[in-house]
Ligand binder design. Structure first.
Ligand code: UDP
Length: 396
């Protein structure tokens, strides 16, 4: 049986969504002939402080921007990145190296910027030269560590990321612009809006704004929801707020009185249904959410972006005419009210443009490219060979 290991980490929600989407499509295509393991390698197979990145991500991004900038600056110069690897690799040899050796995959796929160079070195050190791929889950810009020139295939979702890959020394032959992986449930036919609204406890006839802050429920979602509640009262609207893993926000919003129906949720596993039930999406500039909204054809009101990897996503949305950007809750309220005013033709036009931008077949295209890597390799037992006790760790 073919064994595929997908390395991810729950920093935000996009990496897990991408990993699970790929796993679902690989299983659809290959059924029982393949075993797919999705593993949070950073949280479960590294050491302190690396294994805390998942918990530190949201606070660092929102409250310590200089620390966040440092995490970009450090690997930007190749010599600094090599120095970092040289310090971390020997320490990772036990926890991460041991796990990779035990899993012994036939194909390794990374969907996280920190899980490319080092897992590859550790696989090689364990004598496993299986094909390795990176599926970049950023859109308008990306962390420099996404691009390891020795990885067999790197898929990206935009020209900006393709160019960044070339700049980081990845040969053209290993880079492919295929789109971002999205769960096939998004945009699946048969999602009738009225019945979805009933199932999700939303009022059937009201124009609906869906508020999201990524997997962590980041940003001033409480202020935005209050501004939307005020603004949408005038058009008989309603608001659904998805707080993700931000339990504090969920409790705060759920305990309030609102001038119109407001449905508050924690982390949901059926985002495709929430999007299909709504008329527009209000979100930080997360690439996963943007692409999902495009596939469902929902205009996007961007309320914030993470400096660095999400800056380019704002340009992507605004310049392509599929939404707007503002950090001011009142302005967000005004813009969304304009969109949701009955008879506004602009909303339908944006929705059409969003659908046209979407690459609904991206996950299948990426999966085919990934499986091709194993198809064209020799059978596992021929390339496995004896596993040496200790191999040197080489850096590139
Ligand atoms: N998401 C989800 N349930 C939630 C909140 C978010 O499944 O309650 C998913 C969302 O559909 C998207 C991902 O988490 O696939 C968020 O990814 P994005 O790139 O937008 O932002 P991130 O959280 O990674 O910063």
């Amino acid at each position: 049986m073919l064994k595929i290991l997908i390395g991810m980490s729950d920093t935000g929600g996009g990496h897990r969504s991408a990993a699970e989407s790929l796993a679902a499509v690989i299983k659809q295509q290959r059924g029982d002939s393949v075993e797919v393991v999705v593993a949070d390698l950073l949280s479960n197979h590294t050491f302190w402080p690396l294994n805390q990145v998942r918990h530190a991500y949201a606070p660092v991004v929102t409250r310590a921007p200089s620390l966040w900038k440092l995490s970009w600056w450090l690997p930007e110069a190749t010599w600094r990145w090599k120095l970092l690897q040289r310090s971390f690799l020997p320490l990772l040899r036990g926890p991460l190296g041991g796990y990779l050796r035990a899993q012994h995959p036939d194909l390794y796929i990374s969907v996280h910027p920190l899980l490319n160079h080092m897992p590859l070195r550790l696989l090689h050190a364990a004598g496993n030269y299986c094909p390795a791929a990176t599926v970049v889950t950023d859109l308008g810009g990306g962390h420099p560590t996404w691009f390891c020139p020795d990885i067999d295939l790197i898929t990206v979702g935009s020209q900006a990321l393709y160019d960044l890959g070339l700049q980081r020394g990845v040969p053209r032959s290993r880079l492919r612009l295929l789109g971002l992986p999205v769960n096939p449930r998004f945009g699946a036919p048969g999602q009738d809006q009225a019945s979805l609204r009933r199932a999700l406890n939303l009022a059937e006839g009201r124009p609906t704004a869906l508020v999201i802050g990524g997997g962590e429920g980041m940003g001033p979602l409480a202020e935005i929801t209050r501004a939307l509640a005020q603004a949408l009262s005038a058009v008989g609207g309603q608001v659904a707020v998805i707080c993700g893993r931000n339990e504090k926000l969920r409790a705060e919003l759920a305990g309030q009185d609102w001038p119109l129906p407001v449905v508050v949720q924690g982390f949901v596993r059926n985002m495709s249904e929430w999007m299909a039930a709504s008329d527009c999406v209000v979100t930080k500039a997360g690439p996963g959410t943007i692409i999902e909204a495009c596939i469902v054809g929902r205009p996007i009101m961007l309320s914030d972006f993470i400096e660095g990897q999400e800056t380019g996503n704002v340009t992507y949305v605004v310049e392509n005419g599929i939404g707007a950007f503002s950090r001011e809750p009142e302005e967000i309220g005004r813009i969304v009210r304009g969109w949701l005013t009955p008879g506004n033709a602009g909303l339908a036009a944006m929705s059409l443009r969003a659908r046209a931008m979407a690459r609904p077949h991206a996950t299948t295209d990426i999966t085919n490219a990934l499986l091709n890597l194993v198809n064209r390799r020799t059978p596992r037992r021929d390339r496995r060979g004896p596993v040496p006790k200790k191999r040197p760790l080489r850096l590139t």
